[in-house]
Design a protein around this ligand. Structure first.
Ligand code: 3HC
Ligand code: NAI
Length: 685
């Protein structure tokens, strides 16, 4: 029931946490509206949400269920609002996203708090707006603003959109009063109510705009049907409202049942699930206000920046003044460039920098609630650093290592407090990448783990729990993938065949281009370290080692798997690389054959699936969907393909088992073939 204030019916949207427009809320709005229409004392209506959300849009968990089809469905509700003879004004605070913004656009007026965030993020779910967004937004805000919001999926603040035509008024405070005043004004006016459906766009301008944007779609966008569908829907906005709506709805429903949208919805929920610890591990996190970062290299500086951005105080500790100065310079350069690019206000940057204390004095560590070590990837160096940390950190401080591969227990073991130690594996660049693997050692206590997860959220990261195993979740799967790609080189493919096939699947870059970018010497060093323990009966591809011996370390030496001219990759590999690969094939007695893209994609994915199943059975990953989150967030796995687990679940089981068997046979001695049963089980919590 609405509340009546000075002849205005206030309809409050009250479905925490984000007012998603599930069947019950749609029904409530419809019946409140109907009562307001019938009530003689009501002259106008205001729709208002909570501080956090006007509405986050359609209830994604209803998609594909009967509830989504339960009347009033969103288009029905929105049509009733537009039809209303009494003015309806949206009072927008928090977020108005997707169907939430569409709801606001169906109203006759819109007033927003300047901090409110408005957007149509459907594209991030593999969809287009499906309840008039593609038709209403260009009519209100123009083609360019509308397309930017819909194609990027990134919301903008009401402050940014104040002049776009979307909003009638943007206020700093007193939202409800402003909305009531606007509603009264509309009720007092003698002119017909402003209804978005009555606006007309210039058909020729729409067509020209759509043609231009179509030609600008990137190869990755063309792999995702929503991008083309968005332009098709926009084109329909050149005609009348009713046919535009029908076209949009048909496109929306087709996308919604397709695999990319299913994969993206799965990712949406998997990400939220990943950041929650399983019930058995839940505990109260320890408070963290001051973080110490040890080692101010590439990673240390990046970690320091994200902690500063999150409002924490940061102690940056290095081994000598010169290294410290270089580290501090990295942090300063970052803030300088943000300010110069207009992405951060100078005062905000200055405040962040003021929270940074650079030092070479270990005694300062006692101030830290949490210490993150990011020194060289060497067990001896790390153990020495942890002994120092143990000496100086206060009792109860959480101690973390950013190691990529090393054994967290071997590091924790040199301290007197292994229960306080965990791994916090950031990805590079640490201030950009959202993924954070939170690694639980054998003795890590539950509240320390909870602190790691909570810190991840404070830093606006996506924390994912991992057990302590070589490479944790991500690097271990990536290694299996990369190894399979190397096998394919020996079998007959060239690096560009593999890279192109995997880009065709949707990876941003292929594995060999990635290897060149990160530097082949990182893998080379690790291979040398493992040489003594490697079983000679295992299939080992030495191509990378030979390239490194020839001084080809990747982009930084202008040659690796590929050569580089003026920093640009030459598309095909050169004679020396081909010769090295042919020699490797010959040594293994392989007659080279060409591999079609589908085979390359399938083998690379199967290798990931096998490793994912092993990680799950070993308890390194606690949920199958966590693995997909890691691969998508940290390794460029195309989000709209869902991740290796999602992919595996779409395959025919018999064929999958058969192909994995062949993969294991090809790999030969030492290859562990996983049992897929747990991985393929869809229902998990
Ligand atoms: N549907 C269903 N559940 C939703 C939801 C939605 N649209 N939006 C958020 N939720 C749920 C989350 O799953 C989470 O549930 P949990 O606590 O059980 O894990 C809870 O609400 C809180 O969400 P977050 O953890 O993400 O909270 P944040 O404060 O970090 O973020 C938010 C809030 C910015 C609203 C963010 O949740 C978000 O971006 N939501 C998605 C918005 C969206 O994509 N809307 C478009 C939907 S499609 C649509 O509207 C189609 C239409 O055109 C027909
Ligand atoms: P880096 O070489 O850029 O930086 C290491 C820093 O540690 C140097 O500035 C060095 O002076 C400092 N340092 C070394 N010994 C020290 C000591 N005893 N006390 C204080 N400072 C000391 O290395 P990078 O790339 O930043 O890597 C650091 C850690 O992060 C490694 O464990 C690495 O495996 C991990 N990592 C690296 C990623 C990357 O892409 N570079 C990604 C994820 C993790």
């Amino acid at each position: 029931m609405f509340e009546l204030q000075d002849s205005i019916a206030i309809i409050k949207l009250n479905r925490p946490p984000v007012n998603s427009l599930g069947a019950a809320l749609r029904q409530q709005i419809a019946s409140d509206l109907e009562q307001a229409q019938a009530h003689k004392g009501v002259r106008a209506v205001v729709l208002i949400g909570s501080d956090k959300a006007f509405s986050a849009g359609a209830d994604v968990s209803e998609f594909g269920t009967p509830l989504q089809r339960q009347e009033p469905i969103l288009p029905t509700l929105l049509a009733r609002i537009q039809d209303s003879s009494k003015p309806v004004v949206a009072a927008i605070s928090g977020v108005a996203l997707g169907g939430g913004l569409e709801l606001a656009m169906a109203c006759h007026g819109r007033v927003a708090l300047e901090s409110a965030k408005l957007g149509l993020p459907e594209i991030t779910l593999g969809l287009i707006p499906g309840a008039s967004g593609t038709q209403a937004l260009p009519r209100l805000a123009g083609l360019s603003v509308a397309y930017t919001l819909m194609q990027s999926g990134v919301p903008q603040s009401a402050r940014q959109l104040a002049e776009s035509g979307l909003l009638d008024q943007v206020v700093a405070t007193d939202l409800l009063q402003a909305a009531q005043a606007h509603a009264t004004e509309l009720a007092n006016s003698n002119t017909p109510l402003p209804r978005v459906r009555e606006r007309q766009l210039d058909a020729a301008a729409v067509q020209a705009f759509v043609n231009e944007q179509r030609s600008k779609l990137s190869p990755r966008q063309k792999l995702q049907p929503a991008y083309t569908a968005l332009l098709d829907a926009l084109l329909a906005a050149s005609g009348d409202w009713a046919s535009g709506l029908a076209r949009e709805r048909a496109l929306f429903l087709k996308l919604q049942s397709g695999l990319p949208a299913q994969a993206l919805r799965y990712q949406f929920f998997a990400e939220r699930q990943a950041s929650k610890l399983p019930a058995s591990l839940q505990a109260e996190p320890r408070p963290v206000h001051t973080v110490a970062v040890i080692g101010a290299g590439t990673m240390g500086a990046g970690i320091a920046i994200c902690a500063l951005d999150a409002g924490l105080s940061v102690l940056l500790l290095e081994q000598d003044d010169a290294a410290l100065q270089r580290g501090q310079q990295r942090v300063n350069d970052h803030y300088q460039s943000r300010v110069t690019a207009g992405k951060m206000k100078a005062a905000v940057a200055a405040a962040a920098q003021a929270r940074l204390t650079p030092t070479t004095d270990w005694a300062q560590l006692k101030r830290a609630d949490l210490v993150i070590e990011a020194v060289f990837e060497d067990i001896g160096v790390k153990q020495a650093v942890f002994q120092q940390i143990d000496t100086h950190a206060r009792a109860g401080a959480v101690l973390a290592t950013n190691t990529s591969y090393l054994d967290v227990d071997a590091i924790a073991g040199v301290t007197q407090r292994p229960q306080d130690v965990l791994g916090l594996h950031f990805f590079s660049p640490a201030n950009v990448m959202k993924l954070l693997e939170v690694v639980c050692g054998a003795k890590t206590s539950a509240d320390v783990l909870a602190t790691g997860m909570a810190l991840g959220k404070t830093l606006k990261k996506l924390p994912v729990l991992s057990g302590n195993a070589f490479g944790f979740i991500g690097n271990r799967i990536y290694n299996a993938y990369r190894q399979q790609c190397e096998f394919m080189l020996e079998d007959g493919a060239w690096p560009e065949d593999v890279d192109n096939a995997l880009q065709g699947f949707g990876f941003a870059m292929g594995p060999f281009a990635v290897a060149d970018l990160s530097g082949l010497d990182i893998a080379w060093r690790m291979r040398k370290a493992q040489a003594a323990t490697r079983d000679p009966r295992e299939r080992y591809v030495a191509i990378l080692d030979h390239l490194c011996e020839a001084g080809r370390l990747g982009r930084k030496t202008d040659a690796g798997y590929y050569t580089y001219k003026d920093g640009r990759q030459v598309k095909t590999t050169d004679a020396l690389v081909r010769q090295t690969i042919e020699q490797a094939s010959a040594q293994r007695g392989i007659t080279r054959r060409s591999l079609v893209p589908e085979e390359i994609q399938r083998r690379a994915l199967l290798a990931m699936v096998n490793e994912a199943a092993l990680l799950l059975s070993e308890g390194i990953a606690s949920r199958a969907s966590d693995i997909d989150v890691v691969l998508v967030q940290g390794y460029g796995f195309p989000r709209w393909q869902g991740g290796p687990v999602f992919w595996a679940r779409q395959q025919d089981r018999t064929v999958l088992e058969h192909d994995l068997q062949s993969l294991a046979a090809e790999a030969g001695y030492g290859y562990v073939r996983a049992d897929l049963s747990t991985l393929l089980k869809v229902d998990e919590s």
